[in-house]
Design a protein around this ligand. Sequence first.
Ligand code: DAT
Ligand code: MG
Length: 150
Amino acid sequence: MDRTFVMVKPDGVQRGLVGEIISRLEKKGLKLVAARFEKLPEPRVTDQYREHLSKPFFPSLKQYIMGGPVFLMVWEGRNAVSVARKTIGATNPQEAATGTIRGDYGLDIGRNVIHGSDSPESAAREIGIHFKPIEISTYTRIDESVLYEY
Ligand code: DAT
Ligand code: MG
């Protein structure tokens, strides 16, 4: 099983989308194994977005992400990283397909509601930034035997 890191950004929290987002990922079949609601300190925002440090949008991105509480989650499932990315949709909500979270709930690339790791390597790194191993639960969901063919 694979894990991915997903975060409802401050705009998603303010717009009351936390429940809807959890619901979509749960119904897809992914398993929630860790979660926390908090306002992120600057070093963890910089670390999470370090690949974008030199981009012109970085200062506004940092300000936006630190502008209010976020909802941090770890989700588990087969190919969890790509499954979550497809459920989230393209970076720019104007281009994200209808039916995806960004496609259904966003209009602006700088307010795109949600973050999801882009590779298993990024997922491991981002999970490590926000969660201690002890905060991640191991359990079997009752529907797992019917969710997967093998
Ligand atoms: P994603 O969040 O889809 O992985 P990314 O890693 O390329 O996208 O960028 C991280 C975030 O930075 C993205 O969710 C929104 C913001 N961002 C990216 N490109 C941007 C741009 N051209 N202008 C403003 N914000 C941008
Ligand atoms: Mg990214």
